[in-house]
Design a protein around this ligand. Structure first.
Ligand code: SAH
Ligand code: DHB
Ligand code: MG
Length: 220
C-alpha cells in the first residue's frame, strides 16, 4: 500500500465512524489558515486519546504541546463534568489560536493554556501541588526524556502517559547523527525501558500522518 492509500483508509474510518465533527474540523483548518504546521494528531488518534481518558477515568489531564488545540479539544471533551486540562505551549500565537478553538468547542472553561517553554512551566505545576491522571506528550521531541520524567513526577500510580511521534517514518530505528529528534526519541525508549516505574507499549501507525506512532505507558 502507498501513503495515499493509508490516508484514504484513515479518511474512510473517520467518515464512517463520524470521528471528526465541525468543531474539530474548524480547529484543524484554523491552524492551516494561521500558517501553523499541519502536525495535529489525526482524527483517529484524537478519538483514541478521548477513549483513553474515558477508559482510565482521568479527570486531570496534562498536555505538552497545544498547537491549535485540536488534541486539546479531544482531551477536554473526555474529562467529564468537573474534569480539567492543563496544556503547555511555547508559541504565544499558537496559544491564541487554540484559545479561540477551545471557545468554539465550548470547553474553554475546562482548559488552562500556559504559554512558555514546557520545562519552565512544569516546575510551576509541581509547586502548585498538581497531580495528573493522564499526560499527553506532543511538543519538541528533543526534550522527551525530561517530559516523561516530569509526567512520572506529576503523576501517580495509574497515571497514563501517551507520547506522540515515536516512529517518524522509521528514523528512530537508526537515527542519523544530525537528527536530534529521532535521537531523543530513541533515548526516551531506552529510558522508558529501564525505568521500573513504567510499563510501556510502542505502537506504529500509518494513515493521514504517514508512518509514525505513539507510546502508551502506565505508571506503576
Ligand atoms: N498536540 C497538538 C499538536 C502539537 S504540535 C495536536 O495534536 O493538536 C507541537 C507543539 O509544541 C507546537 O505548537 C509547538 O509550538 C509546541 N512546542 C514546541 N516546543 C515547545 C516547548 N519547549 N514547550 C512547549 N511547547 C512547545
Ligand atoms: C512534528 C511534530 C508533531 O508533534 C507531529 O505530530 C508531527 C510532526 C514535527 O515537528 O515535525
Ligand atoms: Mg505530534
Amino acid at each position: 500500500m502507498t501513503t495515499s492509500e493509508w490516508a484514504s483508509l484513515d479518511n474512510l474510518f473517520t467518515s464512517v465512524l463520524h470521528s471528526e465533527d465541525d468543531v474539530l474540523r474548524a480547529a484543524r483548518e484554523s491552524a492551516d489558515a494561521a500558517g501553523m504546521p499541519p502536525i495535529e494528531v489525526s482524527a483517529q488518534h484524537a478519538k483514541l486519546l478521548s477513549l483513553l481518558v474515558r477508559m482510565s477515568r482521568a479527570r486531570r489531564v496534562l498536555e505538552i504541546g497545544t498547537l491549535a488545540g485540536y488534541s486539546t479539544i479531544a482531551l477536554a471533551r473526555a474529562v467529564g463534568e468537573g474534569g480539567t486540562v492543563v496544556t503547555l505551549e511555547f508559541e504565544q500565537r499558537h496559544a491564541e489560536v487554540a484559545g479561540q478553538n477551545l471557545e468554539r468547542a465550548g470547553v474553554a472553561d475546562k482548559v488552562e493554556i500556559i504559554v512558555g517553554a514546557a520545562l519552565d512551566s512544569l516546575p510551576t505545576l509541581q509547586q502548585r501541588g498538581e497531580s495528573f491522571d493522564l499526560v499527553f506528550i506532543d511538543a519538541d521531541k528533543e526534550n522527551n526524556v525530561s517530559y516523561v520524567e516530569w509526567a512520572i513526577t506529576l503523576g501517580h500510580p495509574g497515571t497514563v502517559i501517551v507520547v506522540d511521534n515515536i516512529a517518524r517514518s522509521g528514523r528512530v530505528l537508526d537515527p542519523a547523527p544530525d537528527d536530534a529528534q529521532a535521537t531523543a526519541i530513541r533515548a526516551m525508549f531506552d529510558m522508558m525501558g529501564a525505568d521500573p516505574r513504567l510499563d510501556t507499549a510502542a505502537i506504529q501507525t500509518v494513515g493521514t500522518k504517514g508512518w509514525d506512532g505513539f507510546a502508551v505507558a502506565l505508571v506503576r
